[in-house]
Design a protein around this ligand. Structure first.
Ligand code: SIN
Ligand code: CO
Length: 366
């Protein structure tokens, strides 16, 4: 993705803060997926899809799978298909455009097709999204940053902003990208039939990080370890009083125990979980086929950290410690590359075992 400013300037000024139009961020872009192929995906039970209709101001949402006749009804509708990068090679080939950010931060590519005048209504999302215009033109109406207190209409499983006042409007043509930060009100309206690719980047919830870190510390902390408070209780206090010194002592004790018992694995576990659909992943029987090439089911289900001679590799929510000799193979896989199962088996058996155990490998298409 080409930025009209430096990477550092984008991250400092716009990322998670304000929208940015990136004209021709993907020059000469041609949609790898046709509207018919997108509709074809939405017929599959394993694919997550929805149709959103709006007729005379009445919104309606239907979940897939659909049948061909669902797309023949008139009216104003949008078809949305999630995780298209996992189902379509051409869409997966767009991964290099995501190199602005760590791979584990990426969520999925959702693709929509809208008839003239259609959109999904004014709403906000809880993730960062790059909206790439794939086909035709779309008008994006942008509003303020919203949160849980913003009045919303909850109808038919849709959460739409009740009073949407656009403050800016952008017209996107094929190859243009609009970056939308979390919480920003937006509403895309198709100008003629159009397709939009949404590259979503979901940040982990702080509450999940705290919960996971606390759980891992508690696993290693003896229940019988008591608070040492000799110094703080020597400070004079009135009957019943908890002083600042008592509180500070407890807070320091928690911080010290957390620091000492933190195995630093919780972050990698949280950011790689819930990113694999176990269907169609390789099973250990693939080892019987030495010419089988394998790749990650998706580039975001694996992350790693380097510690001396070891790597902690996080695969779909679990941590594994493997020798550092596997680093090159790991980086190749995390870049979307493919490796022979025989090569993995002969040279990086610990990595292969962990990937197979977690269902993170899939056979490469012939
Ligand atoms: C769309 O592609 O129609 C909707 C994408 C979004 O608003 O997040
Ligand atoms: Co949105």
């Amino acid at each position: 993705m080409k930025l009209p400013l430096s990477h550092a300037e984008f991250l400092e000024t716009y990322w998670q803060q304000r929208p940015l139009l990136l004209p021709q961020a993907v020059p000469n872009f041609t949609s790898p997926l046709s509207p018919e192929e997108l509709a074809g995906l939405a017929l599959e039970p394993a694919v997550s899809s929805r149709l959103i209709h709006c007729d005379h101001g009445v919104w309606q949402k239907t979940d897939g799978p659909f049948s061909a006749k669902d797309f023949q009804s008139g009216g104003t509708w949008t078809l949305l298909v999630e995780n298209v990068d996992q189902w379509h090679e051409g869409v997966r080939a767009l991964y290099p455009h995501l190199s602005l950010l760590p791979t584990w931060r990426f969520d999925d590519v959702m693709v929509s097709y809208a008839v003239d005048g259609a959109g999904v209504g004014p709403h906000f999302d809880r993730y960062d999204v790059f909206l790439l215009q794939g086909l035709g033109e779309r008008e994006w109406r942008i509003g303020p940053i919203c949160d849980g207190n913003t009045p919303q209409m909850n109808t038919e499983g849709l959460s739409l902003i009740a009073e949407f006042e656009p403050t800016e409007t952008y017209i996107l043509k094929t190859g243009d990208v609009l970056y939308v930060p979390p919480g920003l009100a937006h509403w895309g309206v198709a100008r003629g039939a159009c397709m939009t690719y949404s590259f979503g980047f979901r940040a982990p919830a702080i509450s999940d990080l705290i919960a996971r870190r606390a759980d891992s510390i508690l696993d290693r902390l003896a229940q019988t370890t008591l608070l040492e408070d000799g110094h703080s209780v020597s400070v004079p206090c009135r009957p019943g009083e908890i002083t600042e010194a008592h509180l500070a002592n407890a807070r320091d004790a928690i911080a010290n125990a957390s620091e000492a018992l933190d195995n630093l694995r919780w972050f990698g576990e949280v950011v790689t979980e819930q990113k694999i659909d176990m269907e169609d992943t390789l099973t250990p029987s693939a080892l019987a086929h030495p010419d089988q090439a394998a790749r990650l089911v998706s580039i975001n289900c694996v992350a790693w950290s380097e510690y001396g001679e070891y790597i902690d590799v996080f695969i779909a929510g679990e941590a594994f410690r493997i020798p550092k000799t596997a680093l090159e193979a790991l980086v190749a896989l995390c870049s979307g590359g493919e490796l022979l199962v025989a090569d993995l088996s002969a040279n990086y058996p610990e990595l292969l075992d962990a990937l197979l155990l977690q269902g993170a490998l899939e056979p490469c298409p012939a």
